[in-house]
Design a protein around this ligand. Structure first.
Ligand code: CU
Length: 147
């Protein structure tokens, strides 16, 4: 039993996935309209370390934060929570309108154009990574549909 535990620890340290290995770029959110209490944050994740999983997120602007996917079902866009988002070295994981996103529920105040707010991403191995999310319109040429 003890030997198994030691082996598990050794495996854990053989691939030290540090937060420094994880890079989060282009974090942004669309301004909320009117009295909308929900929003979504989008970003791009890459890692130079071991494979990892984004398992949670939190932001002081939101009462509750979930990881969501969006899929087309019978011509209707449907959002559903996902347990985790896989991050693989060498592959960009894009959270973008119409796909994966960080759902910001129960917003404490509207997201206004030009605002910035902190978002903490929690990775299974890499731990916590904090980014600043810029409130802006989708870039031209991007996937502007959905949400
Ligand atoms: Cu959502």
């Amino acid at each position: 039993m003890k030997r198994i535990l030691i082996a598990a620890f050794a495996a854990l340290f053989a691939f030290p996935a540090l937060a420094a290995d994880i890079k989060v770029d282009d974090a942004w959110a669309r301004p909320t309209l009117g009295q909308a209490r929900n929003g979504a944050a989008y970003l791009t994740i890459t890692t130079t370390g071991a494979p990892d999983r984004l398992v949670a997120a939190s932001a002081p602007v939101a009462g509750k934060t979930e990881l969501h996917s969006m899929t087309m079902s019978n011509n209707v866009m449907q959002m559903r929570p996902v347990d985790a988002i896989q991050v693989t070295p060498g592959t960009e994981v894009k959270l973008q309108p119409g796909g994966l996103h960080v759902m910001l529920l129960d917003l404490k105040s509207p997201l206004k154009l030009g605002d910035k707010f902190p978002l903490t991403l929690k990775f299974e191995r890499g731990g916590e990574v904090q980014v600043q999310v810029e409130v802006r319109q989708p870039r031209a040429g991007g996937h502007g549909q959905g949400h």
